[in-house]
Ligand binder design. Structure first.
Ligand code: MN
Length: 351
């Protein structure tokens, strides 16, 4: 086995048993899917297809434009490769009904699969579909038949890499070609903030070296994922940065995005993803908070931190969660009420 493998075969062998037994496999991830969820799905889809499985990606929400290239790698002239689940669509319901096995990737909370959840849980209860969760967030919920949730991992993609390496050993086949490598590279690149977040270990770089050797292109992937600004998204960044507020001597920095700002710049939720980087680019910032007004009047909050400040605890106040240094939630409050409420909790966390 390659020097880059960091987990034992005991960990993965029950998962591999399920894979080898299954005929029809569904791969899902959390709503508002990101590079880690979609990259992990792409890699696992491609590997499972090579094993002759019938595989379908089923997500709760639309695939963001900048990650569409991943699904295009899988294009087998089959529009059913990736479904955006509609529980009123009989073909979608049937896809889930037929699945022997479903992977829930990059979330350990089944509620984050939204409308997919009730059907998956019904089938699991009826003994028709086994659920396997692979994730790296804190505090996993107990819903899966097998849950491999390791919070030291930089990305779910890192764990999917480990699964694939053990699958290679077990089947004596080679699965990491340029498509698998591109999926895994995208997953790890995005979740490590382009290899700079605290979980970016030497082990991660060993994996990345192998993925580049197998055909992942760092330049192409970065371009496709991140160099996607429009005039509107740059103007939105300008307006957001203009409105940055500091508290607690600059240890807390926050910004907000209103529906009006999104309308004025012809932008959407996906254009806000990198705005927290501006907050954390100030060395004094210990907690960064971004607040986005949602169309229904509630507020999406994203939290970032440095060092041992557990911002997942901030998110937990409102039913969210995440990692120690990056977490989020939807607050059932208008922007004007959400900001002071979160600020108060952030001050408590800091002191
Ligand atoms: Mn992730």
């Amino acid at each position: 086995m390659s020097a880059a493998v960091g987990t034992s075969s005991d960990l993965w062998s029950p998962v591999i048993d399920h894979i080898l037994r299954a005929q029809k496999i569904v791969l899902t991830t959390h709503e508002n899917s990101d590079g880690d969820g979609l990259g992990s799905q792409t890699a696992l889809y491609h590997v499972l297809r090579q094993l002759g499985k019938d595989v379908t990606i089923v997500n709760a929400t639309v695939i963001p434009k900048n990650y569409r290239f991943l699904i295009d790698l899988l294009d087998e002239n089959n529009s059913d490769t990736a479904l955006i689940y509609d529980d009123a669509n009989a073909a979608h319901v049937e896809k889930l009904e037929q699945a022997d096995l479903a992977f829930v990737l990059d979330t350990n909370r089944i509620t984050r699969t939204k409308t997919i959840r009730p059907q998956l849980l019904r089938q699991q209860a009826a003994g028709k579909t086994k659920l396997i969760c692979i994730d790296h967030h804190l505090e996993p919920e107990d819903f899966a038949d097998i849950c491999i949730c390791l919070d030291y991992a930089s990305a779910t993609g890192e764990l999917v890499y480990e699964l694939i390496k053990h699958l290679e050993a077990r089947t004596e086949k080679s699965f990491i070609d340029s498509t698998t490598a591109t999926g895994l590279y995208t997953a790890i690149m995005t979740d490590t903030g382009s290899f700079k977040f605290p979980k970016t270990t030497a082990h991660v770089h060993h994996i990345i070296a192998e993925l580049i050797e197998r055909g992942a292109s760092p330049t192409d992937i970065f371009d496709k994922v991140f160099n996607t600004q429009t005039e509107g998204s740059l103007k939105l960044a300008g307006m957001s940065v203009e409105g940055i507020h500091l508290a607690e001597h600059g240890h807390i920095a926050y910004l907000s995005v209103s529906q009006q700002m999104l309308r004025d710049t012809s932008t959407g939720l996906s254009d806000t993803e990198k705005l927290t980087d501006y907050l954390m680019s100030m060395p004094k910032t210990k907690i960064g908070m971004m607040f986005i007004e949602l169309p229904d009047g509630s507020t999406k909050a994203s939290f970032r931190s440095r060092g041992d400040i557990f911002v997942n605890r901030l998110a937990q106040n409102y039913g969210g969660g995440g990692h120690k240094n990056a977490a989020g939630c939807v607050m059932p409050l208008a922007l004007a009420d959400a900001i002071p409420a979160a600020l108060e909790k952030a001050k408590q966390l800091l002191n």
